[in-house]
Design a protein around this ligand. Structure first.
Ligand SMILES: Nc1ncnc2c1ncn2[C@@H]1O[C@H](COP(=O)(O)OP(=O)(O)O)[C@@H](O)[C@H]1O
Ligand SMILES: O=C(O)[C@H](O)[C@@H](O)[C@H](O)[C@H](O)COP(=O)(O)O
Length: 240
């Protein structure tokens, strides 16, 4: 079969020269009110990266559903997850072009490469694999986890025909159900009512121990949680 290369439009991430350090997508994840927006904004500032709240990428139908107290299902989430991934790829390419490849170093308060931070609940392992660019969101698999995805940390896990240059990491905002219940109850003017927390927790597949996942303890102050996230990500990305 002829070797047909994807166009820049189809796979914008692939147009970043390979000699550059890979761009990164950092997903700040966890159930409703765990602190994704708070940690994500803080991290973005500390690492000089753009921040996008995944809520801004939902179609109106998803927002309407959640506002009515109905949890999203896989069919609702898949196009949203795919959009988050493609938005990250596009954003990193824009960042690359904007900076002409010269990014702030760790010492200058950057990460020395293109990157973007996105807040997204990413509740299931399967969703996280979509965000990693390893699994197609469409058509949806029948089961949450294809059998070959049960082996963690294996290079053979990669399903996507053209694995993206965009490396993906997760910051998991980890807290007890009791603390989450307090936080969601204290949150004002949000479309996600407190009655939605139970379904979020029931759907959550704990990412602890999964590759590329950094956990932060949300019982600490916002400043401390931000510091845990920033230091952890810097270390993962090679800051001595
Ligand atoms: N470390 C923290 N300590 C105390 N309150 C926090 C902390 N992080 C976030 N909050 C508060 O908890 C609520 C939920 O945080 P938010 O960042 O909106 O979560 P999410 O984006 O996951 O829904 C907000 O009212 C926020 O101000
Ligand atoms: O903070 C929140 O309340 C959640 O982040 C919410 O804003 C988010 O959009 C939904 O969680 C997405 O849907 P699922 O979490 O059901 O996938």
């Amino acid at each position: 079969m002829a070797d047909v290369k994807p166009t820049a439009e189809e796979r914008p991430d692939l147009t970043i020269p390979v000699k550059e350090p890979n761009p990164v997508l950092i997903i700040v994840m966890g159930p409703a009110s765990c602190g994704k927006s708070t940690v994500g904004s803080d991290l973005a500032e500390s690492l000089s990266l753009p921040f996008i709240d995944g809520d801004s990428l939902h179609p109106a139908s998803n927002i309407a559903k959640m506002s009515a107290g109905i949890p999203l299902n896989d069919d609702d989430r898949l196009p949203w997850l795919a959009l988050i991934r493609s938005t990250a790829e596009r954003k990193c390419k824009e960042e690359y072009e904007k900076c002409q490849g010269s990014f702030k170093t760790f010492e200058q308060g950057g990460i020395g490469r293109a990157g973007v931070i996105i807040a997204c609940s990413a509740l299931k392992k399967w969703y996280r694999d979509i965000l990693r660019g390893e699994v197609e969101a469409n058509p949806p698999p029948v089961h949450d986890l294809p059998p070959s995805h049960t082996v963690a940390n294996s290079a053979h896990n990669v399903h996507h025909p053209a694995t993206s240059a965009l490396q993906t990491y997760f910051v998991y905002c980890n807290g007890t159900p009791e603390l989450l219940a307090q936080r969601i109850a204290s949150r004002k003017n949000h479309f996600m009512g407190k009655q939605m927390l139970d379904s979020q927790l029931a759907t959550l597949q704990d990412p602890t121990g999964e590759r590329g996942v950094l956990s932060v303890d949300i019982s600490k102050t916002p400043e401390e949680v931000g510091k845990q996230a920033t230091n952890g990500i810097r270390k993962i990305l090679g800051h001595p």
